[in-house]
Design a protein around this ligand. Structure first.
Ligand code: PMP
Ligand code: GLN
Length: 383
């Protein structure tokens, strides 16, 4: 492996899920639900397999799926995309991000992300030979991790080619406010930046938080790549059907790379996700409200076990400070936890370029059955 990719030899999720299996622990590490999506959607996939939808679909995705994505973006966010050339189906959001970074960045260009951020961003920035710069999310004192727009502006340089945002945010659970987004949008317009916004948790927002796609802000549609995926919306993380929407020139660039990475994505899953995007909004609403209750259940259990918990506004994950338990090292804590009490979590330091700052924080997933959450909390209370 080339030296610049040496830091990316294994992902924390593979490592921790293997540990969970080996020790028979409850896995609150890797974020995947433990129940299936809507039955009618699963039936569409089964019929597609039985009915011969098993060869390469069109490279950009089936027209049916691209039309369904356009329909859902319009219905849910008022965004308008032409299915012909403004939407590309990818192998999960992960491939959309990777193809966009490779398509848009020359070696040495800067890619600006929030810090912490989803771990694939740093890896693909390194693969592209680009330079990773970041803006720290700062604890606002009430457990929300906020963007300081002035700090964001200061992090942009003449070499900044691409910004990668993510809201609702993994791992902090922050849902960016309209003020934060407007501040970022103004900087992007002033400095002529392209922004990729990773919105895989777009429907999973809680309480007063509301998800606003960055691409809906003034001046942003022509410079924004909006990425999402069926995985989190329909409990199909293993199907790896994602997409990227944006202006035709940017989508064409991503498509040029995507065609040589994977060419196309899971044929029989495409009609199933098309169906779900059009017809399963009520199911998604129930998923959202269920996850909000699970968030509260996990956060209460973690607090009772002695952690200091930051209650997330969206997504699958809660961050917990381990210092009240007399612990200081999240990585060591997570490696020992399966043996100690049979629970798996992931250390926040794998998501950051400032590991010292996040060393005492660990991430727990709550996209699990109530029984699993309760059992995990009861085990953690023995710490
Ligand atoms: N972005 C974020 C913020 C994520 O949390 C994840 C994984 N859960 C992904 C992208 C990957 O999405 P996909 O499985 O669709 O590739
Ligand atoms: N996005 C999931 C998480 O943050 C994991 C996806 C993966 O395993 N790469 O837990």
């Amino acid at each position: 492996l080339v030296p610049r990719l040496q830091p990316y030899t294994s992902t924390i999720f593979a490592q921790m899920s293997a540990l969970a299996t080996a020790t028979g622990s409850i896995n609150l590490g890797q974020g995947f639900p433990d129940s299936d999506g809507p039955a009618a959607m699963l039936a569409v996939a089964e019929r597609a397999v039985a009915g011969g939808v098993n060869q390469y679909p069109p490279g950009p995705g089936s027209l049916e799926l691209r039309e369904a994505i356009a329909f859902a973006r319009k219905r849910d966010h008022g965004q308008v995309f032409d299915p012909q050339d403004e939407i590309l189906v990818t192998v999960g959001a992960t491939e959309a991000v990777a193809a966009a970074v490779i398509a848009l960045c020359e070696a040495g260009d800067e890619v600006l992300t929030l810090d912490p951020s989803y771990d694939s961003y740093a890896a693909v920035i390194a693969m592209a030979g680009a330079r990773h710069t970041s803006v720290p999310l700062r604890d606002d004192g009430a457990g929300r991790f906020a963007v300081d727009v002035n700090e964001f502006a200061a992090a942009v340089t003449d070499r900044t080619r691409l910004v990668i945002l993510n809201t609702p945010h993994n791992p902090t659970g922050t849902v960016l406010t309209i003020e934060e987004l407007a501040g970022i949008a103004k900087i992007a317009v002033d400095r002529d930046l392209i922004v990729l916004t990773d919105e895989v948790y777009e429907y999973l927002v809680f309480g007063d938080a509301a998800h606003t796609p960055l691409g809906t802000l003034p001046g942003m549609a022509e410079r924004t790549l909006t990425v999402s995926s069926g995985g989190k919306s329909f409990n199909t993380t293993g199907w790896k059907i994602g997409w990227v929407c944006g202006p035709a020139d940017l989508v064409a660039a991503v498509r040029a790379v995507k065609q040589f990475l994977t060419y196309s994505a899971g044929a029989p899953f495409q009609p199933a996700i098309s169906y779900a995007l059009r017809s399963e909004s009520a199911w998604v609403a129930t998923l959202r409200s269920g996850l909000e209750r699970k968030r509260d259940r996990l956060c209460a259990g973690l607090a009772a076990a002695g952690f200091t918990v930051s209650v997330p506004q969206g997504g699958y994950f809660a961050l917990a400070d381990i210092r009240p338990l007399g612990e200081v090292d999240g990585m060591a804590f997570c490696l020992a936890l399966p043996g100690r009490v049979g629970v798996v979590a992931v250390p926040a330091e794998v998501f950051t370029r400032q590991p010292e700052k996040w060393k005492h924080v660990v991430r727990f997933a709550f996209c699990k059955s109530d029984e699993t959450i309760d059992e995990a909390c009861s085990r953690l209370s023995r710490l």
